[in-house]
Design a binder for this molecule. Structure first.
Ligand SMILES: [Zn+2]
Ligand SMILES: [Zn+2]
Length: 357
């Protein structure tokens, strides 16, 4: 690889594409594993049989199971601050600030939002099944894709005076307003829960995040929809991993091609040099300026007269064809950046040694 350099942008592209591919592949494997565990998870209706099943299960625990039931609070439910008739077991209040920021690159205003305030209230709740059997849901906020229904959404716009507008144009930032959102998990919502199912000594059933590290799900969608979403995520990561791996391979191919072209040029020069040396050796006489009848020692002036126009130290020993100029030595000819005559700029098609007869 002597003399071959990989450019900084090439290194960056190669590193970025392979890192991206690695990350996507890791996420694909993780997502695939979750999908497989979802497929293997047994489904149980919430009824009194569930307790009997858990009683005979070792450790009174099912590591990963799917259940479905209606949300009921254990104690007093939470009431919505905006819809008095709405009651739930989880409540999230969020205040988002919307701004317009001047982007000097695209020369336009772009939207930006920031959460200014967020508060989550929760009360213990169960999933009700038939025959008054219920399963208590533990740590619901740790579940992924947690479902909440929007119970209130209002945008408070800001009004400005002329001086404010001028100030905003100068600072490159203007406040549009604040968005107020309240979300709730309402009482009576049917939830699909996927997690670790345990039977406590006091006879209560619990659903909690799996202790083996599998993903904990709570969703308002049914199991098939939940599985379908997980499958789409898996496919997306797979496609992204393949695309980025192909991009990386393309960059690698590009670098390899460049290296091959450089190598080819070097081989070509080496072949030319050998050919030139062979022609010199086959010549009826050796080239005059270096070893010719005009002695090299006494001909300082002559030596300068016949010196290569590029290095000024070696004798001119090659004829550039088709123009026929005799202006340089063979090593300087080989070092030319382009195959053009240094005198007339005509393309050099062939080089032959110069013989003094
Ligand atoms: Zn030279
Ligand atoms: Zn020429």
């Amino acid at each position: 690889m002597d003399g071959f350099h990989v450019n900084f942008p090439e290194v960056v592209c190669l590193g970025a594409t392979f890192t991206l591919s690695g990350i996507c592949y890791y996420l694909y494997k993780k997502s695939r594993k979750t999908l497989d565990t979802l497929d293997e998870a047994p489904h149980f209706p919430i009824d009194k049989n569930l307790k009997d099943i858990l009683k005979v299960t070792p450790g009174a625990c099912l590591q990963y199971a799917v259940i479905e039931g209606a949300v009921q609070p254990v104690g007093e439910p939470l009431s919505s601050h905006f819809q008095k008739e709405s009651v739930g077991v989880l409540q999230k209040f969020m205040l988002k600030e919307h701004r317009l920021v001047w982007n000097s690159l695209t020369r336009s205003w772009t939207d930006s939002e920031r959460i200014v305030h967020q508060r989550v209230n929760a009360v213990p709740f169960v999933l009700m099944g038939s025959n008054d059997t219920s399963v208590r849901v533990l740590c619901p906020l740790q579940a992924s894709g947690f479902p909440m229904e929007i119970t209130h959404e209002k945008f408070h716009q800001v009004n400005y005076g002329l001086s404010d507008i001028v100030g905003q144009y100068l600072s490159g930032e203007k406040l549009k307003g604040q968005l107020e959102i309240e979300e709730m998990l309402k009482v009576g919502t049917v939830l699909t829960g996927v997690g670790e199912l345990t039977l406590e000594t006091d006879g209560t059933l619990n659903l909690r995040p799996p202790s083996n590290g599998s993903q904990y799900f709570l969703s308002i969608a049914d199991f098939d929809t939940l599985r379908g979403e997980q499958e789409s995520t898996t496919v997306l990561w797979k496609v992204l991993a393949i695309v980025s791996a192909f991009a990386g391979a393309a960059v690698l191919f590009w670098i390899g091609r460049r290296y091959y072209c450089q190598l080819k040029t070097r081989w070509e020069r080496e072949r030319e040099r050998r050919e030139f040396e062979r022609l010199l050796a086959d010549a009826p006489r050796a080239p005059a300026p270096a070893t010719g009848p005009e002695a090299p020692h006494d001909g300082a002036e002559e030596h300068i007269e016949n010196a290569c126009v590029i290095c000024l130290s070696q004798p001119r020993n090659c004829i550039l064809l088709d123009c026929g100029h005799v202006c340089c030595c063979h090593s300087c000819y080989q070092a030319l950046p382009q195959h053009r005559c240094p005198i007339c700029r005509q393309t050099i098609s062939r080089v032959v040694p110069l013989y003094h007869v």
